[in-house]
Design a binder for this molecule. Structure first.
Ligand SMILES: C[S@@+](CC[C@H](N)C(=O)[O-])C[C@H]1O[C@@H](n2cnc3c(N)ncnc32)[C@H](O)[C@@H]1O
Length: 471
């Protein structure tokens, strides 16, 4: 492809992403390239890198269009203007270079008109950042989200959000059902994939260089799964042990289910639940590849309502990996910065609370409940847990450092302090995950010291399955 043709493909793909804002950008991009198999690997990488970079700095590029009165600012042809602005203020091209790419030639974008040329001329010699950009523009977030991020990080919010601009590394979790970390590392090395152990996750390997692993034998034989270190740590806090009964209440396509099952040596039971059966179905092949045979899948639909009721108090551990704003994954999904709407947050918070209430019923007395999100917003995290504990005095928070000690078999590093797990790309090099570790108080404790247990209650305190809920 000529440079101009790559620019045209960049604009075309961004147009697709913008017009399918309800779909994740990576899925739109996959479909785009699948329909254009004639685009070779090098061109594909170049176009993707530019598109992802532009999505990360969209707010600042948009600011430049507004400042220079670029006509794209007022029209639907936003990607065309954004890409031209990127060539000027990020790549530092001269206007004449940009005009040569936008010349209307074969496979190249239409020529610049006078208004576009006037705007781009004002960008010549400037860089992306400008002292007049407000913080939220400089940090490439929407204005309405900024106060939530400030609440999350306080003074440090600028540095924390800036760290979300770096593309994430490729993280793998070694499947202990099939290999030790050293065996998996050696198998990957034989495929030319160099890895290093992770800072925190005991079964994690991080690629030294970005490469695709999914076609290789180590992946195909189930020795490793692709999983961010933060996600591995959340699954680790479930502290799954062989023989336990574990519910993964929002299991999706099974990322954490797989990690939980790997800790159980195929002994005991994991029930993967989700409202979307199609997502659960996607986990089936991954579970087979991993050699995990103790996982049952249950769609949370009408058919399973009675079954779910009977499961009250039946689980040693329940994980709620709740649907959330995904603000902690912006380095991976930069389009999320621009597609998130205030009404999404307003809908998610009560939904998360309802999911937590429903999932909490499944926990047996003395059992653990882990609530996690890949969000960094306090409304979905700390405040959600505080409200839950108000509604459910039969639960108590356990400091994450205590659970870490038991689950990871190691002292928690100093930077993991605090009652909850709050991971960030800046401080931990992971996605921005939150996790709270709660315990359902043993029956006698939950009901207060004054009430003596009758025989019936004693049976329940032993953790046998019950209908209904104590709360
Ligand atoms: C963050 S994703 C789960 C990711 C998954 N645990 C993993 O590690 O790959 C949240 C999931 O919650 C599911 N969900 C949404 N509403 C739900 C509900 N009311 N009950 C259970 N699951 C729900 C979504 O379908 C989605 O798959």
């Amino acid at each position: 492809m000529t440079p101009g043709a790559r620019v045209a493909a960049t604009i075309e793909l961004l147009d697709e992403i913008v017009s399918h804002a309800d779909r994740p950008a990576d899925l739109v991009a996959n479909a785009y390239f699948r329909a254009r198999r004639y685009i070779g690997g090098g061109d594909r990488r170049s176009v993707s890198d530019r598109v992802w970079g532009i999505l990360r700095r969209w707010g600042q590029l948009r600011w430049w269009l507004k400042r220079t009165n670029h006509p794209a600012d007022q029209t639907n042809a936003l990607p065309r203007g954004i890409v031209a602005a990127d060539l000027m203020v990020v790549e530092g091209r001269a206007l004449a270079d940009v005009e040569a790419m936008f010349d209307g030639g074969r496979y190249r974008p239409d020529p610049l008109d006078d208004a576009e040329r006037r705007a781009l001329r004002q960008m010549e010699g400037h860089s992306l950042s400008h002292p007049e950009q407000p913080d939220w523009v400089r940090l490439n977030v929407q204005e309405w989200v900024a106060p939530h991020l400030q609440e999350a990080y306080g003074e440090a919010w600028g540095r924390e959000i800036a760290a979300l601009e770096n593309p994430p590394p490729v993280d793998l979790r070694v499947n202990r059902l099939k290999a030790t970390v050293a065996e998996a590392q050696a198998a990957l090395a034989r495929e030319g994939i160099e890895t290093e152990p992770m800072r925190y996750a005991p079964d994690g390997l991080r690629l030294k260089r970005r490469l695709s692993v999914v076609a290789g034998e180590a992946f195909q034989n189930g020795l490793v799964e692709v999983q961010d270190e933060g996600s591995q740590l959340v699954a680790g806090l479930v502290d799954a042990q062989p023989g336990m009964q574990i519910a993964d209440y929002c299991a999706g396509a099974g990322g954490k289910t797989l990690a939980i099952a790997a800790g159980m040596n195929n002994k005991g039971r994991v029930v993967a639940m989700d409202v979307l059966e199609s997502r659960l179905d996607r986990s089936a092949q991954r579970l087979r590849r991993a050699g995990a045979h103790n996982v049952e899948r249950r769609a949370l639909d009408g058919d399973n309502r009675k079954w779910l009721k009977r499961q009250a108090g039946a689980f040693d551990r329940v994980l709620v990996d709740a649907p959330c704003t995904g603000t902690g994954t912006w380095r991976r999904n930069p389009d999320g910065r621009w597609t998130l709407r205030p009404e999404d947050l307003a809908e998610l918070v009560p939904k998360q609370a309802a999911i937590l209430d429903a999932a909490a019923r499944l926990v047996k007395p003395g059992g653990g409940l882990v609530y996690a999100t890949c969000s960094v917003l306090p409304a979905e995290n700390e405040r959600q847990i505080e409200a839950f504990l108000e509604r459910h005095p039969e639960f108590a928070a356990v400091p994450v450092t205590d659970v870490w000690r038991d689950a990871m078999g190691a002292e928690p590093p100093a930077e993991i302090g605090g009652p909850y797990l709050r991971l960030s790309p800046l401080r931990h090099g992971t996605d921005g995950f939150f996790a709270a570790t709660l315990v359902r108080k043993p029956k006698a404790e939950a009901e207060g010291p004054d009430r003596s247990l009758d025989q019936h209650d004693k049976v329940r305190a032993d953790g046998s399955a019950r209908d209904g809920d104590a709360s």
